[in-house]
Design a protein around this ligand. Sequence first.
Ligand code: GTP
Ligand code: SPV
Ligand code: MN
Length: 598
Amino acid sequence: MQSFSELEKWVDEVKNLCQPDSIHFVTGDKAEEKSFFEELVRDQKAIQLNPLLRPNSYAFFSDPSDVARVEKRTFIASNKKEDAGPTNNWIEPQKLKKIMTKLYKGSMKGRTMYVIPYVMGPIDAPISKIGIEITDSLYVVVNMIKMTRTGTQVLDKIKNETPFYIGLHSIGAPKKNGVIDSMWPCAKMQKKYIAHFPDEKLIWSYGSGYGGNALLGKKCLALRIASKIAYDEGWMAEHMLILKLTNPDLESKYILGAFPSACGKTNLSMLIPTIPGWKVETIGDDIAWIWMKEDGKLYAINPEKGFFGVAKGTSYRSNPNAMKAIEKNTIFTNVALTDDLDVWWEGIDKEKPKHLKDWQLHNYDISCTYPAAHPNSRFTVEATESPVLANEWEDPNGVLISAILIGGRRPSTIPLVHEALSWKHGVFMGSMMGSEITAATISDQIGMVRRDPFAMLPFIGYHVGDYLQHWIDMGQKANQEFLPKIYYVNWFRKNDDGQFMWPGFGENSRVLKWIFERVDQKASAKLTPIGYVPDRDSIDLSNLDVSEKDIEALTEIDVNLWFDEVKSIRAYYKTIGNKCPIDLVNELNQLEFRLKNY
Ligand code: GTP
Ligand code: SPV
Ligand code: MN
């Protein structure tokens, strides 16, 4: 859409279809946000946490059917089925619109319809994109306020003819007369639809109130729709953290990392190095928009304004910076509550209290054997609450990218770190990236390995083959001298007892240091069939509590396992079909050849 009058017309159409009681345009000011939280508490949709322990913070508890993104109910409804490719669910757009229009009819009865003007990216950055989300969920509103730049200044832009993208969201639970609302109203699983119409750049979401299903600026606009816009316009929208790494000589580099959901982006982006003199600062923890300037170099911005992070496992030991960020002004979803109204979750590293309320607000004591917090419990907090936010985090010019990490949960085969032989080889590594399925999506296959190219499997708004070709093309267009190097990292190797061999978290700084020095051509490496791996003298292992045997195992290349991997990648490429880039098939053949000659 292009103009304010088009916006007014659309708001009117949605009002007539969904039949809310009233309409509220979100202004984004502090007093408004405060009144939203007061209303949520009054309506028993949220619990205010103990202000002495956790000031200005609130806890929400979802319906058990609504705890994560629902990939089975997520659709890329392109005009042509071929354009959605083999990895997306597809329904013919007119058919899907018919189904959803029926659902939207009267879906906001008894509720307020909120119109949220927001911008992904700093308001004046050339690459930023404006969105309008209509929603009937106040939970969504308060989360969008923390996660995106919202409010009147965005509407002003629209009045000045800046184009914008629209998204309609309803929890799909009209209020019935005389029936008291539940704490988290939403629709049944089979009625949930997270729909994208990439040809129109339109988003329709129905039936879920959770995270990526409902905060439409995040996964729906900034990844699925933006990835398609980026493909057409020659830039990239990626599921990546952005960090600033500074060495003891105070030289800095910017590093991106694509890890699947619940595989360590937030943690790496805020890490406290265990090696003296090094520093990590955060620019983004989930999404990066990447583009090439006239100098042929690649730059990135974080389009978000907050963190929607995994609570479970977060502690002052594993991620102190995240713990400090969430000391106040935070929204928690599906965590457990202590008797004095603070939050608790598995891995918080505080003794489990004798009594809790679990994430369903049931009484919970030591006799309970299930987890008290949901494994996908989350915190929402503004980036500015972080003690390690980099100064340039909202620089409209973006930051120059030195290296791109990819990785996931692979218990075997993939070493701790290896460097790509070239950009194309790096794209090959990204294409075959795999990970165990985690609790960040609703699935009956949690723990199984699936291929997840550049951690974008659930977020590519078009054909995966075209997506991979776009990665190759971006590298070919860039100034070769300044192409970021690509690294495959794996913090999740396990030994025969099923224990992680690498301590991870702050110790990952040792790998970051090696990468920093590789980019500067200062660290040495061993050439192997799969790429460059650190040799023993080049990676800093001083004062590290890992056995010789495990270090050996973490960097070894098991040729037989890699032959299995080649076979499995070949089978995977078949599923991509004839759009699988020929360059990647060549890379696979060359890998096999190198392995045979090793
Ligand atoms: P999304 O927000 O879903 O995209 O997840 P994310 O990629 O930001 O993952 P996050 O940093 O929240 O980490 C998810 C889980 O992985 C948490 O339980 C962490 O404790 C765990 N984790 C993160 N880094 C490491 C690591 O280096 N080693 C190990 N063993 N676990 C880690
Ligand atoms: C992810 O699953 O990658 C998340 C959480 O960051 S959600 O916003 O729900 O997609
Ligand atoms: Mn994510």
